[in-house]
Design a protein around this ligand. Structure first.
Ligand SMILES: Cc1cc2nc3c(=O)[nH]c(=O)nc-3n(C[C@H](O)[C@H](O)[C@H](O)COP(=O)(O)O)c2cc1C
Length: 207
């Protein structure tokens, strides 16, 4: 039997809420995973604009339904202002936290260690406890400030995993591009993934 894993997934206001949808749908099917779901106000706005779903961060059910399309029993919604939640404490073990997508604003506040909402505090806890923190940053082009913030969180132990799909798996659809990025996230979490093949395109062509 596999030991259950505990994860946090935070959705912030960068473009690409579709990545969060894909990751949450995969994790909703993993019976050995418990997931704390968080969303910033800007994250909800992007979900409304990009996924066309009317989510309200004051209503966790609307967030789960809008983002995932269901209320998975292994998911628990955490209100952004509940800085007393378990995941705000280092004694509550979260195996990996993923901020997906991660805005430059949230990245900068994590780099600064401000901890002004539950997403930033939970990320800070992952760093101070030397636990896995994966930031799926998305912006282009990048300012030097964004680049320096990425370097700063990377030095502190975070994995900066930009929403930057490859093309060597020969994608045919937007879903294929999303699967590539989310597959990379799952690998960083230590989870098995079958969203994309790890072989290089040239090897596939030789088959
Ligand atoms: C539709 C939309 C797309 C956005 N895309 C990005 C983006 O790709 N990267 C980014 O850093 N900010 C993006 N922003 C701006 C952030 O949402 C904004 O900086 C916000 O304050 C971030 O707040 P948060 O970090 O609390 O989620 C976008 C905003 C909107 C409305």
């Amino acid at each position: 039997m596999k030991i259950p894993k505990t994860y946090s997934v935070a959705v912030t206001g960068a473009s690409g809420s579709i990545y969060a949808r894909c990751l949450c749908r995969v994790l909703s099917k993993r019976k050995d995973a418990r997931v704390h779901l968080l969303m910033s106000e800007a994250g909800a706005r992007v979900v409304r604009e990009e996924l066309g779903q009317n989510v309200d961060i004051a209503d966790g059910r609307s967030v789960m339904r809008g983002l995932i399309g269901s209320e998975p029993p292994n998911f628990r919604y955490e209100a952004l202002d509940n800085i007393g939640a378990g995941i705000a404490s280092g004694s509550y073990v979260v195996d990996a936290m993923v901020v997906i997508p991660c805005s430059m604003g949230t990245l900068g506040r994590i780099a600064a260690g401000t901890g002004s909402n539950l997403i930033e505090r939970a990320a800070d806890v992952q760093l101070k406890e030397r636990r896995n923190l994966i930031l799926v940053a998305r912006e282009t082009p990048l300012s030097l400030i964004g680049i320096e913030n990425m370097a700063r969180v990377a030095r502190a132990g975070a994995c900066v995993l930009p929403a930057m799909p490859g093309f060597y798996h020969l994608p045919k659809s937007v879903d294929d591009l999303v699967d590539f990025v989310v597959g990379k996230v799952l690998l960083q979490m230590g989870e098995a993934q079958s969203l994309f093949k790890r072989r290089m395109a040239r090897e596939e062509q030789a088959d």
